[in-house]
Design a protein around this ligand. Structure first.
Ligand SMILES: *[C@@H]1O[C@H](CO)[C@@H](O)[C@H](O)[C@H]1NC(C)=O
Ligand SMILES: *[C@@H]1O[C@H](CO)[C@@H](O)[C@H](O)[C@H]1NC(C)=O
Ligand SMILES: *[C@@H]1O[C@H](CO)[C@@H](O)[C@H](O)[C@H]1NC(C)=O
Ligand SMILES: *[C@@H]1O[C@H](CO)[C@@H](O)[C@H](O)[C@H]1NC(C)=O
Ligand SMILES: *[C@@H]1O[C@H](CO)[C@@H](O)[C@H](O)[C@H]1NC(C)=O
Ligand SMILES: *[C@@H]1O[C@H](CO)[C@@H](O)[C@H](O)[C@H]1NC(C)=O
Ligand SMILES: *[C@@H]1O[C@H](CO)[C@@H](O)[C@H](O)[C@H]1NC(C)=O
Ligand SMILES: *[C@@H]1O[C@H](CO)[C@@H](O)[C@H](O)[C@H]1NC(C)=O
Length: 821
C-alpha cells in the first residue's frame, strides 16, 4: 500500500517536473538531469541527452522532437558521459556547462564573462540554442555559430573575407561516435568565386562550383531547379545586402556524413522520414581533382579521365595504370599573342575561378587573350566572365548541363587538328561502311522475324501495371510488358513506312522520352510519331504516364493521341500532326518568318487557349491533373494556331480530395518551375499556374526566361516585367514589333496577370479559373501582385533601392538555408 502511494507521489512529481520543463528556457540555478529535456516553443526541437546508435555513451544534443534520432547539434562530442548521470546547468560564471555524475565540468560554452546579470539559455524555434542575459537580447554564444555536422534552416555557413574565419560543419567520426571527424564543410569565399567545399583533413574533397546567385555551377541537379533554398548574404562596412528568398514550408537539412558526403534531406511528413534529395560527391568524378591538373573527368566514359584538348598525360605509365593524380601537361607551349581558344561544352568549371567586372560575354575572350597569364575563361550570365590562371583542376564534363569552358591553346594546336581530322574522316568512313553492312544484316534478320510473329505483342491488364498510392498513380517498373488499353493500334511497319524508316529528315524534335518524327500514312494523313528511345532512363515510366493521362482526355487545347504501337522493344505513340510546330520554335526561333504572324491578337488567343487547356486538366476533366512541365516547347500549334498542350510524361493524376503532392525527384525545367516545387518538390495546381505565368510573360516579351538578360540592369525576365510594370511603363516590356499604344491597356493588364501568377507563395497565385475570368474580363479589377522572388538576378537592391552589381567583393559572405518553415 505504502509502495503504491510512493509510486503515485513519484508519478505526480514527475508530471509536475515535466510541466515545468515544457519551458524552452533554462535559467540560473536550474539543473536539467538526464533524461529531462527542454523543448522549443513550437515543440519542434529538444535539448537533452541522447545516445547514438550502438553505444551507451551519453551526449548533450539538440534533436527534432518528431524525429529524435536526427541530432542536429552535439555539445560534449569529444567528452562522452559513460552513464546517464549527466546534468546540464548554468555555472556560476554564466556559462552553460555539462556535468558528469561527480559534478565535474566535461563541457562548457567557454564564454569569457565577468558578470552576467541573470544569464539564460533558450532553445529557439529555429533550433538555435542561445546564451544571453535575460534583459538584453544579445546572444553571447549560440549553437548556430558552433555547428556540428548539420545545417538547418536559418543557420549560416560563412567566411569572413578579411580574417578568413569560417563557420564550418564538422562531420562525426562515425555513426556511433560524434567526435570530430576528418571532414569539414563550409563556404570558401577566398580562393575565387564563392563556393561550398568539403575538406578532408584540410585538403579539398568536393566542391560545389561557383555560386551564381541562383545555383551552384558544379551541381547538375541545380540546372533543372530554380534555386535550392540557399541565399547569399553580403555584409560589408557600407551596408548590408542580402537576397530575399521565400519562407518555405518544407523542412530541409544539409548534413555532412562521416564519409564526407554533403547530403540534403527533406522531411516527408506523411511517411515520417527524411528523403534524401541530393548527395555529393555522387561519383568518383565529383571527388576533387580525380583527374589531376588539366585532366577532365566524365563519369559516363571509361576510363573516366582524359586530358583536356591540347594536353597529354604528364606520366604515360601512371596514367595508363589509372593513376591520374599527376594529371596532364601542355603539348605545345603558349606564345601569348598568337593563341586560340578551344570550346568545351557542358563543363563543371575548374577550381580557382576569378570573376571579373566584365559582364558581357564577348568581352571575356578579348580580356583573356589580352592577359598572358590567362589560360581559360567561361561565362555565366549571373557571374559574368570567369578567368583561370595557373592551373585547371577539378574539371568535369556533364551530360547536357553545365557551362562552356574556353581553354587557351597555342595556334599550332589548331593546325594539327586538321591533320588529325583527316585521320578521323578516314576512320569514320571505314567505320561507316562496316556499320552499314552490319545494319543491313540486322535489318534482314528483323524483317524475317517480324513476318513470323507479328501477332506476338502481349498485353497486360492495367491493374497489373500500376498501383495507386496516396498521392498519385505510380507506375511499377518491373513489368516489361505494356498495355495501351483501348488505343487504336498501329503496326511498326506502318509507322516505319510513314516516317521513311524514321529518317533524320523527318525528325521534328525531342519530346520527354524520345525523338518525334513526322509521318504520312498511306491515306495521306499526317501524323507525329514519338518513339521511346532505348537510352532514355525514365522513359518507360514517362511513356506509360503519357498513355494513362492523355488517353483519358479530350480537349481542343490538348494534343490528341491517335494511337500507339507496342511491338518487341519498340514503344511508340502517334499524335495528330501540328504544322506550326511548337510555341518555342515560333517565339524564339532565329529570325523566324512565322514570328511576324504572331501579332497581339494571335498571342492573346494563344494565352487564352493554353489557359483553357490547363483549366480542363485541373478542373473539367474527370481526373485532376497537374502537368508539371509547362513550357513553350510543350505547347504545339495547329494549322489555325490553336495552342495544344503536349507531353504528359511528368503529369500527375490526383484523387478526389488531395490537392498537392511532393516528390524527392524533382523533374521539370529550369526557368518554369515554381519555387516551392524546384526547392522542395512540392507541386500543386498552383505550380502549374506559376509556369503559366512565365509562359504569359515570355509570349508578351518574345524572349525566353532563362536566356533573357538585361545587361544594364542584370534582371531576369520576371524581374524585368516587374520593374517596368511597377514603374508604370509596362508597354516597354512588350516585344517591340507588337508594342502599340492602341493595345497598351490590354498588354499591361496581361503583364499584370503574368505577375500575379508568378508570385512567391502558392496561396497568393490565382487559380486557373480566376486567371481565365481575368482574361475574359469577368473580373475587371486585378489585384496588385507582390514582388516576385526572382526579380533580382546577380544584383540586389539595397535598403535604399540602390542596385549593387559587384556581389563578390565583400567583407563577409554567408550561405544559409532558408529561414522559417
Ligand atoms: C519560461 O520561464 C520563464 C521564467 O522562468 C518565463 O519568463 C518564460 O515566459 C517562460 N517561457 C515559456 C515559453 O513558458
Ligand atoms: C549497429 O549495430 C548493428 C549490428 O551490429 C548494425 O547492423 C548497424 O548497422 C549498426 N548501426 C550503426 C549506425 O552503426
Ligand atoms: C553535485 O551538486 C549537487 C547540487 O549542487 C549536489 O546536490 C550533489 O550532491 C553533488 N554531487 C556530488 C557527487 O558532489
Ligand atoms: C573550454 O576551455 C577549456 C580550457 O581552455 C578547453 O580545454 C575546452 O576544450 C574548451 N571547450 C570548448 C567547448 O571549447
Ligand atoms: C567509431 O569510432 C570509434 C573511435 O574511433 C571506434 O572505437 C569504433 O569502433 C568506430 N565504430 C564503427 C562502427 O566504426
Ligand atoms: C553585418 O555585420 C555586422 C558586424 O559584424 C553585424 O553587426 C550586423 O548584424 C551584420 N548584419 C547582418 C544583416 O548580418
Ligand atoms: C599515383 O602516383 C603518385 C606519384 O606519382 C603516388 O604517390 C601515388 O601513390 C600513386 N597512387 C596510386 C593509387 O598508385
Ligand atoms: C592578368 O591575370 C592575372 C592572373 O589572373 C591577374 O592577377 C592580373 O591582374 C591580370 N592583369 C591584367 C592587366 O588584367
Amino acid at each position: 500500500m505504502s509502495r503504491r502511494i510512493t509510486q503515485l507521489i513519484v508519478l505526480i512529481l514527475q508530471s509536475v517536473a515535466c510541466l515545468s520543463l515544457q519551458n524552452d528556457t533554462l535559467s540560473a540555478g536550474v539543473i536539467i538531469r538526464d533524461p529531462e529535456t527542454i523543448v522549443s516553443a513550437k515543440q519542434d526541437y529538444k535539448l537533452g541527452f541522447f545516445s547514438p546508435p550502438n553505444t551507451t555513451n551519453r551526449y548533450l544534443g539538440i534533436f527534432f522532437s518528431f524525429s529524435e534520432e536526427t541530432v542536429i547539434w552535439v555539445a560534449n562530442r569529444d567528452a562522452p558521459l559513460k552513464d546517464s548521470s549527466g546534468a546540464v546547468t548554468l555555472s556560476g560564471d554564466g556559462n552553460l556547462v555539462v556535468l558528469d555524475g561527480t559534478n565535474r565540468t566535461v563541457w562548457s560554452t567557454n564564454v569569457t564573462t565577468t558578470s552576467l546579470i541573470n544569464p539564460v539559455v533558450q532553445i529557439l524555434d529555429t533550433g538555435n540554442l542561445v546564451l544571453r542575459e535575460e534583459a538584453s537580447g544579445d546572444a553571447l554564444w549560440e549553437s548556430f555559430s558552433h555547428p556540428t555536422d548539420v545545417m538547418v534552416q536559418g543557420m549560416r555557413l560563412m567566411q569572413n573575407v578579411n580574417t578568413g574565419k569560417q563557420v564550418l560543419l564538422t562531420a562525426w567520426k562515425n555513426a556511433t561516435d560524434p567526435a570530430i571527424g576528418s571532414f569539414t564543410g563550409g563556404l570558401d569565399a577566398l580562393s575565387g568565386t564563392p563556393q561550398l567545399v568539403v575538406w578532408d583533413e584540410g585538403r579539398p574533397h568536393w566542391r560545389s562550383g561557383p555560386w551564381n546567385g541562383l545555383i551552384f555551377l558544379g551541381i547538375k541537379e541545380m540546372f533543372y531547379a530554380y534555386l535550392d533554398g540557399f541565399t547569399q548574404v553580403r555584409n560589408d562596412s557600407v551596408g548590408n545586402f542580402f537576397y530575399s528568398r521565400p519562407q518555405n514550408n518544407g523542412l530541409v537539412t544539409i548534413s555532412l556524413s562521416s564519409s564526407g558526403s554533403a547530403i540534403r534531406k527533406l522531411w516527408n511528413g506523411e511517411a515520417k522520414r527524411w528523403d534524401v534529395v541530393m548527395s555529393y560527391p555522387e561519383n568518383e568524378c565529383d571527388v576533387y581533382g580525380t583527374c589531376g591538373p588539366f585532366g577532365s573527368c566524365n563519369s559516363l566514359e571509361s576510363p573516366i579521365c582524359s586530358c583536356l584538348r591540347g594536353f597529354e598525360p604528364a606520366n604515360e605509365d601512371e596514367w595508363g595504370r589509372g593513376n591520374w593524380t599527376n594529371g596532364c601537361r601542355r603539348r605545345k607551349q603558349l606564345r601569348c599573342g598568337d593563341d586560340g581558344f578551344e570550346r568545351m561544352r557542358y563543363m563543371k568549371v575548374p577550381d580557382f575561378a576569378r570573376a571579373s567586372s566584365s559582364r558581357v560575354q564577348d568581352e571575356c575572350r578579348t580580356e583573356c587573350l589580352g592577359n598572358c597569364s590567362c589560360i581559360a575563361y567561361a561565362y555565366d550570365i549571373n557571374i559574368g566572365c570567369m578567368f583561370w590562371s595557373d592551373t585547371l583542376i577539378d574539371t568535369q564534363e556533364f551530360d547536357r548541363v553545365g557551362v562552356d569552358l574556353y581553354v587557351r591553346l597555342s595556334a599550332s594546336e589548331f593546325d594539327s587538328h586538321k591533320e588529325r581530322n583527316m585521320y578521323i574522316i578516314i576512320g569514320v568512313a571505314v567505320g561507316f561502311v562496316c556499320i552499314s553492312v552490319m545494319m543491313f544484316i540486322a535489318w534482314w534478320f528483323i524483317v524475317k522475324r517480324k513476318g513470323n510473329n507479328a501477332q506476338d505483342s502481349s498485353i497486360l491488364e492495367a491493374g497489373q501495371m500500376f498501383t495507386t498510392d496516396s498521392t498519385a498513380i505510380v507506375l511499377k517498373n518491373e513489368s516489361k510488358e505494356v498495355n495501351i488499353g483501348d488505343l487504336p493500334k498501329f503496326t511498326f511497319e506502318m509507322l516505319a513506312n510513314a516516317t521513311n524508316q524514321f529518317h533524320e529528315d523527318n525528325l521534328l524534335g525531342r519530346g520527354g522520352f524520345g525523338p518525334v518524327y513526322k509521318g504520312v500514312l498511306a491515306n495521306n494523313k499526317e501524323i507525329a510519331v514519338k518513339r521511346l528511345s532505348a537510352e532514355s532512363g525514365q522513359g518507360m515510366q514517362e511513356f506509360m504516364n503519357e498513355v494513362i493521362v492523355i488517353s483519358k482526355l479530350q480537349h481542343r487545347n490538348l494534343v490528341k493521341l491517335l494511337g500507339g504501337c507496342v511491338e518487341k522493344d519498340e514503344k511508340i505513340l502517334i499524335y495528330e500532326y501540328m504544322p506550326n510546330k511548337s510555341l518555342d520554335a515560333c517565339l524564339f526561333g532565329p529570325t523566324n518568318p512565322t514570328k511576324k504572324l504572331l501579332d497581339w491578337n494571335m498571342r492573346s488567343s494563344i494565352i487564352e487557349g493554353i489557359g483553357r487547356g490547363i483549366l480542363y486538366l485541373h478542373r473539367d476533366s474527370r481526373l485532376r491533373i497537374i502537368h508539371r512541365d509547362l513550357k513553350p516547347s510543350n505547347v504545339l500549334l495547329d494549322q489555325d494556331w490553336n495552342p495544344k498542350i503536349s507531353d504528359f510524361g511528368m503529369a500527375r493524376i490526383f484523387g478526389g480530395n488531395e490537392d498537392h503532392g511532393s516528390t524527392a525527384r524533382v523533374v521539370g525545367t529550369y526557368g518554369y518551375m515554381a519555387p516551392e516545387y524546384g526547392m522542395e518538390g512540392r507541386f500543386s495546381e498552383k505550380s502549374d499556374v506559376y509556369s503559366f505565368g512565365v509562359l504569359i510573360l515570355e509570349i508578351i516579351k518574345g524572349k525566353k526566361n532563362t536566356h533573357y538578360f538585361n545587361d544594364e540592369l542584370s534582371l531576369s525576365l520576371i524581374g524585368c516585367a516587374w520593374k517596368m510594370w511597377n514603374e508604370g511603363n509596362g508597354l516597354s516590356f512588350v516585344e517591340e514589333s507588337i508594342a502599340s499604344r492602341e493595345t497598351e491597356e490590354e498588354m499591361v493588364r496581361c503583364i499584370q496577370m503574368g505577375l500575379l501568377c508568378v508570385q512567391e507563395y502558392p496561396k497568393d497565385r490565382p487559380s486557373i479559373e480566376i486567371v481565365l475570368s481575368m482574361l475574359s474580363r469577368d473580373i475587371v479589377d486585378l489585384p496588385v501582385p507582390k514582388q516576385p522572388v526572382f526579380a533580382e538576378n546577380g544584383s540586389t537592391p539595397g535598403p535604399n533601392g540602390s542596385t549593387q552589381q559587384n556581389v563578390y567583393s565583400n567583407n563577409e559572405l554567408t550561405l544559409s538555408v532558408l529561414d522559417g518553415r
